[in-house]
Design a protein around this ligand. Structure first.
Ligand code: TK8
Length: 356
């Protein structure tokens, strides 16, 4: 390794790969290699510590992305920025961690957009059912003009929004019986994120939804306070929901992004060069999270089957029944979200579909 003042260095990261190995122990999955840390070494004044809190556990793709973020920031700042990771909602759930950023008692978090709709109503567009038929279409919107504008708009209220990540396509699970059609949801108590549009979705399908923090979800499922919930396969496995849920339905009903947030109080203390480093690392983290999440998705679904979970895979015709029943939700939420934003995204999706 050669060193000059603005050093370009490359290193292969061993430790973090161990984390992935632990995750793949239960799944014979071909893992994407951990990207090298690339980019110039950044020199600026001062030493800083970042506490980075998330709600999902350390065996998920989200945490894997954070490990990559930690590696980039610590190496490229030559240790002048230390990153400590707090998975599993140790420092609060999505809303609590976001409030802690506003108060300046926490530096970074990466919540789902859904629980923050009370602060940023435009985020509700991502809660519309079946909006993105493929994840690449979500990438195009999030990494494009719309997504960048949303990051700017969300850089307010004591927060700085610096990037996107992938929570993923949500799947329904429950402890009672297989669900193949909306009627099967009758009487099922389903936990949703704290988000009115999600409540609307499950009411419209005939279920009995209740909003709840992610931090309380496992216990609520275990104790039968709720019958079911919905999350991506990787979160179902990394949170061990399959231990308290016997049935799952592959609904892919909503694609949920994560958003990377920094406390504005902390951000304003960071020298500009370090701000650029943290922003670059957040972008790389998000891209990597997407890669890991998509690489693992099918294998993890297989793991869940192997663990005894009865997974219902819907035919396109069966999916269409859910989709048609939920179409009125678009009209109901048009004014709240903004018709123009919905139309722009739907048009972008349609163009992408036509180019396939
Ligand atoms: C984790 C949450 C979770 C979300 C939920 O903090 O609440 O169900 O899907 O990923 O953001």
């Amino acid at each position: 390794m050669t060193t000059t003042t603005t050093t370009r260095f490359v290193s292969v990261v061993g430790g973090a790969f161990l984390g992935l190995t632990a995750l793949s122990a239960s799944a014979a999955t071909e893992m994407p290699p951990l990207p090298d840390v690339t980019g110039d070494k950044v020199q600026a004044d001062g030493d800083f510590k970042i506490k980075f809190s998330i709600g999902t556990t350390e065996s998920g793709a989200q945490y894997r992305g954070l490990e990559y973020f930690e590696k980039i920031v610590e190496q490229r700042s030559d240790g002048h920025i230390q990153v400590d990771l707090f998975p599993g909602a140790q420092l609060g759930d999505d809303r609590e961690a976001t409030s802690a950023l506003q108060a300046g008692t926490l530096e970074m978090t990466m919540p789902s957009t859904s629980p923050l709709v009370n602060m940023f109503p435009q985020f509700a567009v991502f809660d519309l059912p079946f909006l993105f038929p493929q994840p690449e279409m979500a990438d195009a919107v999030l990494d494009g003009e719309i997504g960048q504008q949303m990051l700017e708009d969300a850089s307010s209220q004591g927060l700085v929004a610096i990037g996107w990540g992938e929570n993923g396509y949500r799947q329904l699970t429950n402890s009672q019986h297989p669900v193949e059609k909306p009627e099967d949801l009758d009487g099922l108590k389903i936990r949703t994120m704290e988000n009115d549009l999600h409540l609307d979705i499950w009411r419209t399908l005939g279920a009995n939804p209740t909003p709840m923090s992610f931090a309380e979800l496992f216990t609520a499922l275990e104790q039968g306070v709720v019958d079911g919930q919905e999350n991506p396969w990787i979160t179902i496995e990394s949170s061990k929901f399959n231990e308290v849920q016997d049935y799952a339905t592959e609904t892919n009903h909503v694609y949920t992004p994560f958003i990377t947030l920094v406390s504005a109080r902390f951000w304003d203390r960071l020298p500009e060069d370090y701000q650029a480093l943290v922003r670059d690392a957040a972008t790389k983290m998000g891209d990597y999270q997407r890669e890991v999440s998509r690489t693992l998705n099918d294998q993890i679904k297989q793991d869940l089957k192997d663990s005894g979970m009865q997974i219902t895979e819907l035919s396109p015709e069966q999916v269409k029944v859910f989709q048609d029943q939920l179409e009125p939700v678009y009209e109901d939420w048009r004014d709240e979200i903004g018709g123009e934003l919905i139309d722009d995204i739907r048009e972008q999706v349609q163009q992408a579909q036509e180019q396939e």
